[in-house]
Design a protein around this ligand. Structure first.
Ligand code: DQA
Length: 144
């Protein structure tokens, strides 16, 4: 069974309630339940934190025992050298996901400490980005 860890950063625990015009009306728990149904061949682990160091710990923890990590570092994308370094330190490939199109928003969101360290990024396609990332990891595993 393919093992994928989803790691979400600060304020993503408020998805559904938080700026629904930007991030949609669905909460992540409901979405995750759907994702698990859609991909019964994948074992998902989910971690969310509002605390930078806890995200670094999670990247280190899952970085050597999962087949893939889907990471949305949220606002820490734009500020965290430590999260960028953590991604560079592990073996597991990481896909960066952003729900909103960060390039179409404020200038400070155009900076990423993460993008150069990941396999690839899916930006601006809503929660669908997590599904697309899962499909990519499945394709990779099938073509090994
Ligand atoms: C986000 C984009 C970030 O700029 C923002 O700080 C978030 C969410 C997204 O998924 O669109 O919290 O990562």
């Amino acid at each position: 069974m393919l093992k994928i860890a989803i790691i979400n950063g600060p304020n993503l625990n408020l998805l559904g309630k938080r700026e629904p015009d930007v991030y949609g009306k669905e909460n992540f728990e409901d979405f995750l339940a759907q994702l698990k149904k859609e991909f019964p061949q994948v074992s998902f682990t989910y971690f969310q934190s509002n605390i930078e160091g806890e995200l670094v710990n999670a990247i280190q923890q899952y970085g050597f025992n999962q087949d893939g990590i889907i990471l949305n570092p949220a606002a820490y994308t734009h500020t965290s050298v430590a999260i960028g370094d953590a991604i560079a330190s592990i073996n597991t490939p990481v896909i960066e996901v952003h729900i909103s199109n960060v390039h179409a928003r404020e200038d400070f969101r155009k900076i990423s400490h993460v993008s150069a360290k990941v396999k690839g990024s899916i930006i601006g396609l809503g929660l669908k980005g997590y599904q697309l990332a899962t499909n990519w990891f499945l394709d990779q595993a099938a073509n090994k």
